[in-house]
Design a protein around this ligand. Structure first.
Ligand SMILES: [Mn+2]
Length: 273
């Protein structure tokens, strides 16, 4: 029995297969936690999505920004869907697209296992969010995505505003929650997200902090594993385990074992590496 978290796949099917071999993944006993962004840019998004879907009894996956984009694009006209990149078109025009996309839409923004002591999100948490608050806010969006009005949310999901604040309502509130969970890297101590800043720490404008280093942030009672920030690379510190190591950009695909006290990281070459 092993529990492994795996970084952003981004449609890199062959590296995913290599990694599962390297960790000797056994579906009869092991569990996988995927950090989101299963699709886009890697060229094999359809195969990757089918693989994770086929593992769904043994795996959990949180939604990333690319996963949500795919769901939003799938609601547009046929002509608009023909205009996206061939990798995403592969999913959008597959015979099993509805099975795959309906499943993807049901995936959570946060996965928590208190017995194991871990929480997984795609990008990050707002400065004041404890793990319990994060679960509550994730639940609000998950209920909408799984409910009758999911199309309205997907149509109104894009946008950088407003910043998260407790008093937000309706679609503004849901958009702000989604932006935190799926797009955050740097923010101010008050939680304004700097969407344009994507490089490694040290390069950001004054007043901005990596989300897990913001002064005055909430104490968190679970270890956190996340992806989304390939320029950060493998980062283990401050209770955070960032494991997007840029598989789609010629970097590596990373697995981190969650059910062991000793640090156990396994990496395989990413796409075209
Ligand atoms: Mn991402």
């Amino acid at each position: 029995m092993a529990v492994w978290a795996i970084g952003d796949l981004q449609g890199c099917y062959a590296p995913t297969q290599r990694l599962l071999e390297r960790i000797a993944f056994d579906p009869a006993s092991d569990r996988l936690w995927f950090c989101g962004d299963l699709v886009n840019r890697g060229g094999e998004s359809l195969q990757t999505l089918r693989l994770v879907h086929s593992l769904r009894e043994n795996a959990v996956s949180v939604l990333g920004n690319h996963d949500l984009s795919l769901l939003a694009i799938a609601e547009r006209s046929h002509a608009d869907q023909r205009r996206v990149n061939p990798d995403l078109q592969g999913v959008l025009f597959a015979e099993d697209r509805d099975v795959l996309l309906d499943w993807l839409r049901q995936q959570p923004l946060v996965h928590v296992d208190r017995a194991l002591g871990w929480m997984m999100v795609h990008a990050g948490l707002a400065p004041k969010w404890t793990t319990q608050v994060a679960e509550q806010h994730a639940g609000e969006v998950e209920a909408t995505l799984r409910g009758k009005s999911y199309r309205k949310l997907l149509k109104n999901m894009y946008g950088d505003r407003p910043n998260w604040s407790e008093g937000l309502k309706g679609l503004d509130r849901q958009r702000a929650i989604i932006n935190v969970f799926t797009r955050l890297r740097y923010c101010t101590p008050r939680g304004r997200i700097a969407f344009e800043e994507k490089d490694a720490p040290g390069t950001q404008a004054p007043g901005l902090y990596p989300w897990y280093e913001v002064p005055g942030r909430a104490e968190r009672d679970l270890k956190i594993v996340c992806g989304h920030w390939s320029a950060l690379g493998l980062f283990l510190g401050l209770g955070v385990h960032a494991i997007d190591t840029g598989a789609v950009w010629g970097g590596k695909l990373t697995a981190l074992r969650l059910d062991s006290e000793a640090l156990h990281v396994v990496q395989v070459p990413g796409k075209d590496a």
